[in-house]
Design a protein around this ligand. Structure first.
Ligand code: E4P
Length: 214
């Protein structure tokens, strides 16, 4: 399973990429607004560290999405144009696929939406599980359903588990066989940690002090 960082903070991308485990980055307008950086500069900085950076269009009509997406695609070869799951978005996905511009479809909340985005040619679809959990539904159930559907067909569309909230979401996404999981920085930094690792390492280092070294 590929691991992405869900952020618009290039320093966080550089830090996690230095661990050697980062495959990509997802951004969205809210994350960019939170960090306060210039959008293009932020995206280009993150492209230095990973081969896949999603940059979201903010136009809501096909013509506007086409214009923005074509511009983003010229910025860097690592950019995936992030398109919202609407009927205008479906037209844009089809168009971008015909032009070889790679895409990620955002705001997927149902299996029919997932199927339509895949049929329109999305390279990646992003079902948002945390927001479904927040609404009292079972977000991971959607991932299980999508992966079951995918097992019957030959879609080349990767399923990216988005809106993750805690490490258990990453474990469950992997058990479902999802292709990608995007993870917020505060959750990503929890993944390498276990209290028994800390206790064990402390003991090894203490015992090493007692070893005679010639
Ligand atoms: C994914 O591409 C989105 O940026 C993200 O996962 C949304 O997560 P949120 O529900 O925590 O805002």
């Amino acid at each position: 399973m590929k691991l992405f960082l869900d952020t618009a903070n290039p320093k966080h991308v550089a830090e996690i990429a230095s661990w050697g485990v980062l495959d990509g980055v997802t951004t969205n307008p809210s994350l960019v607004a939170k960090e306060g950086g210039d959008f293009k500069k932020t995206v280009l900085e993150m492209c230095k560290h990973v081969p896949c950076v999603s940059a979201q269009v903010t136009a809501t009509d096909f013509a506007g999405m086409k214009k923005q997406g074509e511009e983003y695609a010229k910025w860097h070869k690592h950019i995936y144009v992030k398109v919202p799951m609407t009927t205008e978005g479906l037209k844009a996905l089809k168009y971008f696929r015909s032009k070889g511009i790679r895409t990620n479809t955002t705001l997927i909340f149902s299996v029919p939406q997932a199927i339509l985005a895949a049929k329109a040619g999305a390279n990646i679809i992003s079902p948002f599980i945390g927001r479904l959990d927040d609404a009292g539904e079972d977000g991971m159930e959607l991932i299980r359903d999508i992966m079951e559907v995918w097992s019957h067909y030959k879609f080349d569309t990767e399923v990216l588990v988005a809106s993750t909230r805690h490490p258990r979401h990453i474990v469950d996404a992997a058990k479902c066989g999802a292709h990608i999981c995007t993870v917020p920085y505060d959750v990503f930094t929890k993944l390498p940690k276990h209290p028994l690792t800390d206790v064990g390492l402390k003991k090894f280092l203490e015992d090493w002090e007692k070893v005679k070294k010639g």
